[in-house]
Design a protein around this ligand. Sequence first.
Ligand code: BGC
Length: 757
Amino acid sequence: MKKIFLVLSILVSAIAFSQTGTDSKMHVFVSSLMKKMTLSEKIGQLNLLTPGGDVNTGTVVSRDVEKKIIEGNVGGLFGVTGVDKIKTAQDIAVKQSRLKIPLLFGSDIIHGYKTIFPIPLGLSCSWDMKIIEQTARMAAIEATADGLCWNFSPMVDIARDPRWGRMAEGSGEDPYLGSQVAIAMVNGYQGYDLAKNNTLMACVKHFALYGAAEAGRDYNTTDMSRVRMYNEYLPPYKAAINAGAGSMMSSFNEIDGIPATGNKWLLTDLLRKQWGFRGFVVSDYTSVNEMMAHGMGDLQTVSALSLKAGLDMDMVGEGFLMTLKKSLQEKKVTISEIDQACRRILEAKYKLGLFDDPYRYIDPTRPAKEILTAQNRKEAREIAARSFVLLKNNNQTLPLKKTGVIALIGPLADDQNNMLGTWAVSGDSKLSVSVLNGIKNAAGSQVNILYAKGANISDDTLFAKKVNVFGTRIDIDKRTPAEMLNEALEIANKSDVVVAVVGEASEMSGESASRTDITLPESQKKLIRALVSTGKPVVLVMMSGRPLALVEENTLATSILQVWHAGTEAGNAIADVLFGNYNPSGKLSVTFPRNVGQVPIYYSQKNTGRPSVGDAPKFLSNYLDVPNTPLFPFGYGLSYTSFSYSEIKLNKTSMKMNESITASVTITNTGKYDGEEVVQLYIRDLVGSITRPVKELKGFQKIKLKAGESKQVSFSIDVNDLKFYNSELKFVSEPGDFILFIGTNSNDVKEKGFKLE
Ligand code: BGC
């Protein structure tokens, strides 16, 4: 044992030594380069531009980019893709600028590059870190094959308000699950060597608390206590940093009254001093300039404020470029602040291997071999199937039989434009598989498939115009709604089962896509009501980038399969699940409310002084009109088979601070199909120096069970699982009574008490 320890410690110090070795080599290199740089060239490195690509999320697009690169006024570009274009831009930097410093090339590769995977919210519902890491790895391979080296992902903002459209880009409501996903994605993008030509530098966003925008309105104010920040909202950012993420993006919102982009407490005290982050921080799109609208002063003032706060790179706004020199002359910033930011950008370029070879990511032979390969598409199909959540399945209507007549109806049934989901900037919707085609591919010769559109996604032309900003997503039909409905009813009446593919267009969620009404648009509600009135079983395939309020649909439909926006292989993956080639195993990473009035709603709520009890009387913490409970709780998801849980066994009921407890349950597949189950561990701290949530996720395991098979699953709980940030923001554990829960979702659990001595 001693020997192993010795070998281990030699190994660890050897790794640490070589790390320091690289660090000091990098330091020497960057220092000697910086000695040659003029002040303008240093400030130039802090400037990130976009020459105007496919997606501009602000109103500004950079001008005179080529001239600025030649003059040494640009540190990096984004919105430029493809080996040829990137090579042209890199050529300008390394051949025509005085010091030949290579550029960084960034992009938003949020859920796949050209092979598009499900939106991140969907991916997180797989609770499968291996496949999530794999999506990031594949995205990195494809994107680097196309010349990119830096990725504005993962987005790790905790989101508990489905009005906020950007919930689609993250991993839902829970800090523990969110942290696991953040780690998996950073590892997938960055691999173990950033200088390899198939790894991307991750950029963790949006730091911080962007998901807590008031009223779910994008770019809106956030305001929360430090205790909540530390315990609930900050863990995923910290986990991503600990996993080695090379860069961070500051968020649009304010924190404690100071916009994140200029917030010194956030970008320096917390991020660098407390957490030890050593990469660089880039602003969000024009978020330096937006501090003027926030009411923080003119461009010179907000630029100086941001630099002094710890921001290193200015995205698009050019406030740094235009004002830092003047601020230095007027002693509003120091040269060491400029140097520090410049050093961090140059270090990133060094870590990516760009000084060794600025064309490292530019190999014209790679795209054809590595992008959108048959293997990538195959994996995208399998992964998509794992992100779906079966919300309801009465009478085992699913899986569908491969015989008889299926009426496939709905505005999203024969659609390619919405399959990729939001933030699929490099994806090509023409390559995506519609549900109609997926079902045709899978059904075989015994099934007769009838198709009708049935309704528009929405009949509201103004709404459609806003959603269609990147191209047609809501296609309002030339026929009247009544004509479409009649056609749908005609085929529904001839069928054995109706499959209705409904939900949100891809751009009804994502950036700047907040909604105050999170129900299905009325056009689709009417369609569903009419289809149900035929008396046929109605299966809803529900696409959305957020939890929708589905109370009525849940009452009417026989089955509901939540499929998010599933990517390039959407249609095939949906068909795989509908026909039972894959037994659904996804679990919700976010609570589904009954109505928008319940939001923000999340399972790890506080008990309050007047906890509600069932159908509660007055003067308890509840509503007059709906119960407190959600429609579908966090962690929820059905399978075609069923699972039973034994009582929990603990190896002891009390533990000391330096001990651990093992909790075990036996899970049995009691149904007819082989299946997978996500076994979830929650803990409640019954008494604390601050109030503690009624449950917190502390572990999960995804297991496979054949029909009839049983498996024992064990979790080990130690003092770290019981720690939290107290009112002095110290990370502590407090002795006392705890409840441990294990179950199939956050609501349906077995429980056992234990003590921490
Ligand atoms: C978004 C970021 C994104 C950036 C660059 C902004 O509008 O908030 O998430 O990375 O644009 O495209």
